[in-house]
Each structure stands twice: as C-alpha cells, then as structure tokens.
Design a protein around this ligand. Structure first.
Ligand SMILES: [Zn+2]
Length: 181
C-alpha cells in the first residue's frame, strides 16, 4: 500500500466525518453496559429490586427506594404514557448530523406503567404527549441498547416488526470496519 493510501485510511479512522457510515454514540458507563447486555435477549429488561419490588431507570448500584443492592434485570412490560417530546434539529455527532439532513430527530420521555420515566427515541412522529405507547429496547449499530416508543396498538411481539421500526429510524445500519469506505 502506498503512503498516501495509508494516510487516507488513518484519517478515516480518526475523523468520523470522513467515514461513509457514522455510528451512533457508544459511550456507556459499566452500568449502562450491563443494561445493554440484559436487553440483548429481551424486548425490554429493567432493573428490579428483589427487596421492595421497585423498578428503576436509569440503572444504578443501589435501589432508589430502599437502598438495598438486591437488583436484578427482569423482563418488563413496556406500556406507558408519553410525557413530552422534542425534536433535534442540530447535533455535533456525525451519526445524527447525517440523519438530520433527512428531517428532525424525535425524542421523548415516557412514564412506564411499571414505574420509571425513560428517555427514548420516538418511532412514530405522530405521537404526542399523553398518548399511550409501548416501549422496546434495541441494540443499535454501536452495540448499545437504546429505547424506542411506538403507539400502544402497534404489535411488536415479533422481532421482525421491531427491526422494521428500527430500520425506518436508521439505527440498525450495519457498521463497517474501522478504516473502511
Ligand atoms: Zn428496593
């Protein structure tokens, strides 16, 4: 390989803006990584306290209600109410910068029937505050779990349906190797 090609490859590695396929943000704390791992085989798994039954988000080391450390991940029903929504018009992150060229990115907060309030991507732009929603988790193209809300009547029991929704958001775009075109 000639020197100029090597330099080009190195530039692509260090400068996300030069990569053909940017990735979603992947930085997570160790607790965030545990949350991602717990959700790989579940449509939605949340931390439950086995001492008092409290369901919490974001994940922490101690129960937010009784301060016990008896926390386990359990499958959780994702129904809830959309509290608020907002639209992202600008981002410094390359992944979102590119998607914002196609339209605004809709995000929101949902109060789950199970208890906690979660922040998430909104999979249907028609959703508005007080609408009933169902939330599911998905591993994005950085292998980090994100949460997505869709209308409650949307049947998301099939993983193929969930993949379709995620695909329409552009979150499952396969990542190329570093330095790839
Ligand atoms: Zn507790």
């Amino acid at each position: 390989m000639i020197a100029s090609e090597k330099i080009k490859r190195r530039l692509k590695f260090h400068r996300p803006s030069l990569r053909a396929r940017a990735r979603a943000p992947k930085q997570r704390t160790s607790l965030g990584a545990q949350f991602s791992a717990a959700n790989l085989s579940s449509s939605l798994a949340m931390q439950h306290c086995t001492h008092c039954g409290y369901v919490q988000y974001p994940p922490t080391e101690l129960c937010g209600r009784c301060l016990e450390d008896a926390l386990v991940y359990r499958d959780t029903i994702g129904t809830g109410v959309l509290l608020a929504r907002t639209e992202l018009h600008h981002s410094l992150w390359e992944f979102f910068k590119r998607r914002l060229q196609q339209g605004t990115w809709v995000m929101g907060s949902v109060k789950l029937d199970a208890g906690p309030v979660v922040l998430l991507h909104i999979g249907d732009i028609r959703l508005k505050p007080r609408d009933r929603v169902i939330v599911f988790s998905h591993s994005d193209n950085s292998q980090s779990v994100v949460l997505i809300a869709v209308p409650e009547d949307c049947d998301i029991t099939e993983s193929s349906t969930r993949h379709e929704i995620v695909g329409s958001l552009g979150l499952d775009q396969p990542a190329l190797k570093e330095g790839g075109i």
